[in-house]
Design a protein around this ligand. Structure first.
Ligand code: GUN
Length: 282
């Protein structure tokens, strides 16, 4: 039976450290890091994510600024708001919750955020730095996964790593971070042929495709480390990962549950990125 990788445990340990760091900054500089979170529209899932981000900021002492804009906000209005926040010295991090309404270009919006305040690490300058080295921010979910691997002393060097999913938010940067840790990395996606032949070769398997219970034990090499990024709402209201947990835990050596695995780590990295952005300014 696999050992559980608890994002709940590791994130609360990390958040205690961040809280202490913020308190030190308050004493030393008389100021705390500030994070602006913009939500355009009222998508229920996005509203929950944004609320969780504000709650997490409050818990560690980061000042969060909630900016709710109506669904019909124009692209120009959003860009103007971002310009204001770019110029505001009390704002260290800016996060625009995705997805945006269809009439607003996500690319334009991401490119307009100051790279120094881009705590999601979505700006092309920050993405480029992940490729070439010398980065300031790491993308929240992939960096949170690396923190989990480190906590459980799972060494990546020389391991066969397979990432299923190629999104800009998770799959692509995850592959780069595993490569940086000296993994031998393969990225699979919806057009990959004979997918399970490849996933079965993985020592470390990261699944981020957004399809509930998509991979089970037949797709997993005995002893593999399985990281499940999926958070899928089932018709009965319960949550399921991209991995069939009950089946996969029979063969994996380590596995992340859903919920309580990768999820809490994403926000924890966001908090750390916000503190790091503040540190660049003092
Ligand atoms: N939507 C889903 N995940 C994310 C994320 O990590 N950052 C932002 N800005 N939007 C998201």
């Amino acid at each position: 039976m696999a050992e559980l990788i608890s994002g709940k445990l590791v994130s609360s340990w990390k958040r205690e450290q961040i809280k202490a760091q913020v308190e030190e900054l308050r004493e030393k500089h008389g100021a705390v890091p500030g994070l602006a979170v913009i939500l355009v529209g009222s998508d229920p899932a996005s509203s929950v994510y944004v609320r969780n981000k504000h709650r997490a900021c409050a818990e560690v002492g980061i000042r969060s600024i909630e900016i709710l804009m109506p669904e019909e906000t124009t692209e120009a209005e959003l860009l103007e708001k971002i310009r204001e926040l770019n110029d505001d010295p009390a704002v260290n991090g800016i996060l625009v919750q995705l997805p945006l309404p269809g009439h607003i270009s996500e690319e334009k919006v991401i490119n307009s955020i100051s790279a120094a305040k881009d705590v999601d690490a979505f700006h092309p300058e920050n993405v480029g730095r992940i490729v070439t080295g010398g980065y300031k921010f790491l993308p929240c979910t992939p960096a949170g996964i690396i923190t989990l691997l480190d906590y459980y002393k799972i060494d990546v060097t020389g391991k066969r790593c397979v990432v299923v999913g190629r999104s800009n938010i998770v799959g692509k940067p995850m592959a780069l971070l595993l490569l940086e840790r000296n993994g031998t990395v393969t990225v699979c996606h919806s057009r990959t042929k004979n997918l399970t032949d490849i996933t079965r070769e993985a020592d470390i398997l990261v699944v981020a495709i957004g399809r509930p219970n998509f991979l089970g034990k037949d797709a997993i090499k005995p002893g593999a480390v399985v990281i499940d990024v999926g958070i899928n709402r089932l018709p009965d209201g319960s949550l399921a990962g991209d991995v069939d947990f009950a089946s996969a835990e029979q063969v994996a050596s380590y596995i992340t549950p859903v919920p309580g695995g990768v999820g809490p780590m994403t926000i924890t990295t966001l908090l750390q990125n916000t503190v790091n952005a503040f540190l660049e300014t003092v």
